[in-house]
Design a protein around this ligand. Structure first.
Ligand code: FMN
Length: 251
């Protein structure tokens, strides 16, 4: 078992387009640079181009093991997303849909990128209901990069010197939320503790905290008559961050 540095947060950056010649890649690079300046944060770039998901299926059935592991270990997320026809690239949604319990009660910071003058505000707004349904917690700062073609030169060198400061503003809020929500996942239960036997972590043996319930719509059985899916309890281990689920009515 790898040891977890309790003081360090893991916040990966998802680059949400595979387009050849994408300018969002430059923005994602600056995002990573700003995150790397924070000693209490570990980060990595997750490029949707490198995830080879089937287009013959969708959802948790086509999980990419490395991506799911990265989402499970993450304390928060940044998504750098270009605006395509006032929405998000379909491949980003395809990737995000492959996980669920891995995201719950983790904050997400959104960075919209556009060629036009609105800085990807429309793509950010269109992503918000998706974030909510995935269980991610949207923070109230975004980064908006408008006229991205003028923010970098042809070699990718940053021209917009204010961008790192705007990114930092968003990251400060994201890091605070990541700390608060990690504490919550580890310590604050959504359940009546007396009604639930503690679940033990299969990785390190400590009792786990139940921090959420979620309906799994992909389940073939209906375990709860109120929901058309299986109601699952999501547990997190304060010792090693391991996440486990069990049916809500399991004793
Ligand atoms: C399919 C497609 C649709 C687009 N729609 C919009 C749009 O609705 N608004 C806008 O400002 N730019 C739009 N753009 C331009 C992108 O914002 C521009 O390519 C920018 O550089 C960010 O995307 P990129 O990372 O793919 O380069 C579109 C680009 C593509 C490829």
């Amino acid at each position: 078992m790898s040891t977890v540095d309790a003081s360090q947060l893991t916040i990966p950056v998802i680059l949400g387009t595979p387009r050849q010649g994408r300018l969002s890649e430059h923005v994602a690079r600056i995002m990573i640079e700003q995150l790397c300046k924070r000693r209490d944060v570990a980060t990595t770039l997750i490029d949707v181009r490198t995830l080879y998901l089937s287009s013959m299926d969708a959802g948790e059935a086509i999980k990419d093991a490395a991506f799911s592991e990265a989402m499970l270990r993450a304390d928060g997320l940044v998504i750098v997303v270009p605006e395509y026809n006032h929405g998000y690239p379909g491949i980003l949604k395809h990737v995000l849909d492959t996980n669920l319990k891995e995201y719950i009660h983790k904050p997400v910071g959104l960075c919209g990128v556009s060629a036009g003058g609105f800085g990807g505000t429309r793509v950010v707004e269109s992503l918000l209901p998706v974030m909510r349904e995935l269980g991610l917690v949207s923070i109230f700062w975004d980064v908006n990069v408008s006229s991205v073609g003028k923010a970098f030169d042809e070699s990718g060198k940053l021209l917009d010197q204010a961008l790192p400061r705007r990114i930092d503003k968003m990251l400060s809020e994201l890091v605070w939320m990541a700390r608060v929500l990690r504490y919550g996942r580890d310590n604050v239960s959504t359940s009546d503790a007396s009604a639930n036997l503690p679940m033990m972590c299969t990785a390190c043996g400590l009792p786990m905290n139940q921090h959420a319930q979620k309906v799994d719509f992909s389940s073939p059985t209906t375990a709860d008559p109120v929901f058309y899916g299986t109601l699952q309890q999501i547990h997190q281990c304060a010792g090693c961050g391991n996440v486990q689920v069990r049916l809500a009515d399991a004793s």
